[in-house]
Design a protein around this ligand. Sequence first.
Ligand code: URA
Length: 440
Amino acid sequence: MHFQEILIKKRDGKALGRKEIQAFVHGYTLGTIPDYQASSFLMASFLNGLSIEETVWLTEAMLHSGTVVDLSEVRAAKVDKHSTGGVGDKTSLIIAPICAAVGVPVPMISGRGLGHTGGTLDKLEAIPGFNVNLGLDDYKKLVREIGCCLIGQTSEIAPADKRLYALRDVTCTVENKSLISASIMSKKLAEGIDALVLDVKTGSGAFMKSELEAEELARLMMSIGQKMGKRITSLITDMNQPLGSHVGNALEVIESVDILKGEAQPEQQDLLELSLLLAAHMIILGGKTENVEEAVEMAKQSINDGTAFLKLKEIVNEQGGDSSALDEPTRLPGADECHLVKAGKSGYIENLDALLIGKGSVYLGAGRITLDSPIDPGVGIIVRKKVGDSVKKGESVLEVRFNDELKLQDCLEYLDKAISIAEEPVPALQLVKKTITHLD
Ligand code: URA
């Protein structure tokens, strides 16, 4: 079968068969289909859509592009969490150690920055020495021995997603329910988990702009996961403004450490609240309790008694990282310069556009513009005010940490439009819109 024939079919809006989808995934993973043809396939799928059947076949083909890990040697229920992508969304760095500290093993395969959103792998790599490319044996050993391992897609596990994810990032083919579902579920189903919590974002900085689309995406992923025998809870959560206060790789590590040390600032309360809730749903799926309030208390306790932070340090050490950098943030990559974006008038923050702040941070160097763009782990944006906060004319709303003046100018083109201030009080944004624990 010539791949051009498959491309023509998809370009013309026709449905593909299972074998044709397998041929695409297999060929691209092996390198016999070049990037330019894969890009064309992705764009045709993005524009013409994939049916539910095509989405399931794509997920299956991507899942079986590598090993489906067997973690049955770990007796406890293994539970992971995945977010559909946000700005300042660093909950994985917080909840993985919390759950592992509470006794729920977390095998986690994450991604890099995607579009204007940040990625867990890029954040972890801001910690000197941290290795996200462990092999299968080390992955299993760490889940067994310390209850957590944080890696990326490898040549062994979810290799198709490793390549397609990077290509989608730079070909503007991210915001599509089928492509997102196949990407997320192929990784998650390969991990060896029993259950999963999905954090499906909605709002300006999310790939799903409306709550309805976010719910459709959640239900699509849940139906794929449930067919494979996984228990899944989805939370639909707000992504109209950045989550927490820090956006950028090393900055997000610093903020995660603050949260795990119990030192959350007022502008970080949404991050703390969501992290506790996501961890609580993982704890429930892990069988530790059936009650959300009790699970939240267990998560809080692991912060208060220091075990969650100690667990993060253990994970960092075991994965080759320098855990002392978590105690001394000056040892993490940084930025030489700081630019303040100030309020143009007094009033109340009405909008802090997550999409524009995310794009600004990518152009600053925190994300990729081409497949081989280098990341600058030290740059980013600190949010000093959140939606609903009062602000005085001239007060700082955003702090931009940068290393390159030209990149700062690119970034400011976005940030200058990101803030709006109202004269009348503005209510805070609703963080959690919906929780879905089972499909009808
Ligand atoms: N997270 C993923 O792993 N894949 C996507 O496509 C979007 C978010």
